[in-house]
Design a protein around this ligand. Structure first.
Ligand code: SAM
Ligand code: SF4
Length: 267
C-alpha cells in the first residue's frame, strides 16, 4: 500500500503495553507523573492479531513488537505465536530492553519470533543504573548472549546518544558490537513534544522521505507518524477506515507530537 506521497508502507510497529520495568530518563523522565493506560483500554491479543492480519493483507510485510517493555506483558509469546501464523508476514521482530530476555529467548524463538533489537546505551554498570533507574546491565548482556545462541539473529543494538552517556560509552558499545557480531544503531535522543529528531546511524528511522511505517498503540490507535498528534482509533471507526485515514493523513514530514511519549508509542 502507498500513502498520498507515494511512499510504500510495509512496516508496522506495535506497542503492546505502555508499562515498563525500567524508567529511562529520556523516555519516562517524570517518573511520578506517568498517566498509565487503563487495563480495559489495552488491545487483547486477539484484537492485535485481527488488526495485524488485516494490515498484512493490505501490504504490511514487517512487524515489530515494542512498548513500553514488550516482555512485561503477560504471556507475550502467545501473541508472537499468533502473529507468526499470519500468511504474508515476512519479518517478525521485537525491540526490548533485554532485562528479561535471557529467560524469554527460547520461548520467543519457538513461538516464531525472527529476531530482536536490544537497547544498550553503555557498558558501565553505574551509568546503566543512572540512565535506567531500575535494572542491571549484566541481565541485558546475558540476554543478548542467549538471544544470539538461541538464533534470534541478527541481534541488533539500539544505542541512544543522550546527555546521560558519553562519546566513550557509545564507542565502547560499538566496539562490543563489532567483537560480538552485533549491528549497532546509534539513535540521537529525540524529543517528541519539541519535534527534535534526526536519522538513525546504521538504521532507517528518522528519514521522512523514505518512511515506510505505521504505528499501532496499545490502546488501538493507528499513528501515521511518530512526530504528529494525529491518530485513528480502530475501536471507534473499524480498522479499514482507520487505515484509510492514516494513509491519507500521513504527513510529508514529521513535526512534533505533544500528546504521546516514547513508552506509549514504542519509538
Ligand atoms: N522497552 C523497549 C526498549 O527500551 O528497547 C522498547 C520500547 S523503547 C520506547 C524503543 C526504543 O526507543 C528504545 O531503543 C529506546 O532506547 C528508544 N527511545 C526511548 N526514548 C527515546 C528518546 N527520547 N529518543 C530516542 N530514542 C528513544
Ligand atoms: Fe522502558 Fe524502553 Fe522506555 Fe527505557 S526506553 S523506559 S526500557 S520503554
Amino acid at each position: 500500500m502507498y500513502d498520498r506521497f507515494n511512499r510504500k508502507i510495509d512496516y508496522l510497529r506495535i506497542s503492546v503495553t505502555d508499562r515498563c520495568n525500567m524508567r529511562c530518563k529520556y523516555c519516562m523522565p517524570d517518573n511520578n507523573n506517568i498517566q498509565w493506560l487503563k487495563h480495559k483500554d489495552i488491545l487483547s491479543y486477539e484484537e492485535i492479531r485481527d488488526i495485524t492480519k488485516y494490515l498484512v493483507s493490505k501490504g504490511i510485510k514487517k512487524v515489530r513488537l515494542t512498548g513500553g517493555e514488550p516482555l512485561v506483558r503477560k504471556d507475550i509469546e502467545v501473541l508472537v505465536h499468533m502473529l507468526a501464523q499470519i500468511n504474508g508476514l515476512e519479518d517478525l521482530s521485537m525491540t526490548t530492553n533485554g532485562i528479561l530476555l535471557a529467560s524469554f529467548a527460547k520461548k520467543l524463538k519457538s513461538a516464531g519470533l525472527d529476531r530482536v533489537n536490544v537497547s544498550l546505551d553503555t557498558l558501565d554498570a553505574d551509568t546503566f543504573r543512572k540512565i535506567s533507574s531500575l535494572g542491571e546491565l549484566n541481565d541485558v548482556l546475558e540476554g543478548i548472549s542467549i538471544a544470539q545462541k538461541t538464533g534470534l539473529n541478527p541481534v541488533k543494538i539500539n544505542c541512544v546518544n543522550s546527555k546521560y552517556n558519553t562519546d566513550q560509552d557509545i564507542a565502547n558499545v560499538k566496539a562490543f558490537g563489532e567483537k560480538n557480531g552485533l549491528q549497532v544503531r546509534v539513535i540521537h535522543q529525540m524529543d517528541l513534544a519539541g519535534g527534535i529528531f534526526t536519522t538513525v546511524e546504521g538504521g532507517q528511522g528518522g528519514n521522512c522521505t523514505s518512511c515506510n511505517r505505521l504505528r499501532l498503540s496499545s490502546d488501538g490507535r493507528i499513528f501515521p507518524c511518530l512526530f504528529n498528534n494525529q491518530s485513528y482509533d480502530i475501536r471507534k471507526t473499524g480498522v479499514e477506515k482507520a487505515l484509510a485515514l492514516a494513509l491519507n493523513n500521513k504527513p510529508k514530514k514529521g513535526y512534533n507530537n505533544q500528546n504521546q511519549s516514547f513508552n506509549q508509542l514504542g519509538g
